[in-house]
Design a protein around this ligand. Structure first.
Ligand SMILES: NC(=O)c1ccc[n+]([C@@H]2O[C@H](COP(=O)([O-])OP(=O)(O)OC[C@H]3O[C@@H](n4cnc5c(N)ncnc54)[C@H](OP(=O)(O)O)[C@@H]3O)[C@@H](O)[C@H]2O)c1
Length: 281
């Protein structure tokens, strides 16, 4: 976190705009990873909730609106973590601040670089990122796209800022952010639904609802943890637990048939991808 500490300081602070679920998860990660609390400014109209997320910050780190910040403040980073529908209003208030050297890091779904450029001007340095909910337990996956004004150093700091809540990667084409949204952004819900489907199928085989839910939830969590900690990829881990003509093979024959899970998942991701594109219009 050395570059974070060198580049985000009380005189060149980081403004976190929106300290809800995702903003709060990021804040927790930054503080745990040694970012100077005096270099963080939280702006959120729901002050009580924001303070709960960061009890270690001084009272004077919290503001209800950007308009309350001292004029002439020159933030090094502005992390935009408000709901997309609040973004217009939120960006307007940056006019009072000195933002020539500010990197705007947005995690708002569907808000494009063009959208931010229209509000902040063509010289604005913008990174559009898409995290996912496991970020709240440090197991997130975030992919991001930087506009052409972003420096290599700023990219490295963004990777650190977002890396505190899981894995992080840049994409080199903004159009890919819709695919990222469809795969990892919305993906946790697909896996939760898989646990629901497995539990229902277990119930149909005679297990009680409670036991079926427990077996399904622990199986999904355990398999995820194994995939995370193993050097093998998902395909190899599947092969490792599939004996020829065994029970797993019998189930996989169904899941892996021509119109099985891969076809369904392809259709599902395409639907999310199309929706993401539409939301950006
Ligand atoms: N949660 C996810 O899984 C997820 C995944 C990927 C991306 N995202 C993105 O992350 C962003 C935040 O989502 P979230 O789930 O964290 O939402 P959230 O929990 O509702 O947090 C948003 C916070 O911003 C505050 N806020 C509203 N207007 C503001 C303004 N003008 N200035 C400063 N703060 C303001 C809200 O206060 P009030 O409650 O008083 O309105 C709230 O505390 C969204 O753009 C979303 O697309 C979320």
């Amino acid at each position: 976190m050395a570059s974070l500490q060198n580049n985000i300081t009380p005189t060149a602070p980081l403004i976190l705009l929106g300290c809800g679920k995702m903003g709060g998860a990021l804040l927790k990660g930054w503080l745990e990873n040694g970012l100077n609390p005096d270099a963080i400014i939280i702006v959120d109209p729901y002050l009580k909730g924001a303070k709960k997320q960061a009890p270690s910050l001084q009272e004077n780190a919290f503001f209800e609106s950007l308009r309350q910040l001292p004029s002439g403040l020159s933030p090094s980073f502005a992390v935009l973590a408000v709901k997309p529908q609040m973004m217009d209003e939120a960006l307007d208030d940056f006019k009072n601040l000195k933002t020539d050297h500010t990197l705007f890091l947005s995690i708002a779904a569907g808000k494009t670089v063009d959208y931010f450029t229209n509000h902040l001007g063509g010289k604005a340095q913008i990174v559009r990122a898409m995290p996912n909910t496991p970020a709240s337990i440090g197991m997130g996956m975030t992919a991001a796209y930087p506009n052409k004004n972003v420096t290599q150093e700023q990219k490295e700091i963004c990777a650190e800022l977002l890396g505190v809540v899981g894995l992080f990667d840049f994409v080199d084409d903004e159009a890919l952010m819709d695919a990222v949204t469809a795969l990892s952004g919305s993906g946790p819900a697909y896996i939760f639904h898989m646990a629901e489907s497995m539990a229902q199928a277990g119930e149909a085989l005679g297990l009680s609802r409670d036991l079926a839910k427990k077996l399904a939830a622990q199986t999904v969590s355990g398999a995820g943890a194994l995939l995370y900690s193993s050097d093998d990829d998902a395909a190899q881990l599947r092969i490792n637990v599939t004996s020829p003509n065994g029970t797993t093979a019998a189930a996989l024959d169904v899941l892996m048939k021509e119109d099985g899970l891969t076809k369904l998942m392809t259709e599902a991701l395409k639907a999310a991808y199309d929706r993401s594109k539409k939301l950006a219009l």
